[in-house]
Each structure stands twice: as structure tokens, then as C-alpha cells.
Design a protein around this ligand. Sequence first.
Ligand SMILES: [Zn+2]
Length: 77
Amino acid sequence: MGLGEMITLRCSLCGRFGRYKRDRYFEIAGTRNGPDALNSFAKAAGCERALKQKNAQLDNRCGIGYVLQASFRRRTK
Ligand SMILES: [Zn+2]
């Protein structure tokens, strides 16, 4: 299993951090649509900000995002 199979996520607001196999990630998110998957995943993971997001101000939203694999590769090599 190469690094390309893994997805690394981090939420800058709630501090969540995790690495998942790509398939597992989409399974948790319940969708394979990239932009939707991020948010669905945050909700599935129990991020309160993501759950309230619909009515929240922009700066109060979940900050979940993908972490580039390159930085990991450099550090672990
Ligand atoms: Zn969050």
C-alpha cells in the first residue's frame, strides 16, 4: 500500500487530524464527490462546527481540509 492510497485530513478549527485509506474515507463520508466528501466526513466524524455549518458564519465553519502528502513523504524519507 503506497502513500497515494492514503488521505490525510486536518481541521484547523477543532484540531482533528487523521489518516485514512482512500476507500475508507469515502465510505465514512458516504459520497465520492470530493468537495461534498470533506464536509460529509467532518459531520460523520462528529465535528460540531460541521454539523452546525448550514446556519453558521463563514468564519465559524469547520476548517477541515486535505493535507498534502508531499510534506509527509519528505519527512519520513
Ligand atoms: Zn472541524
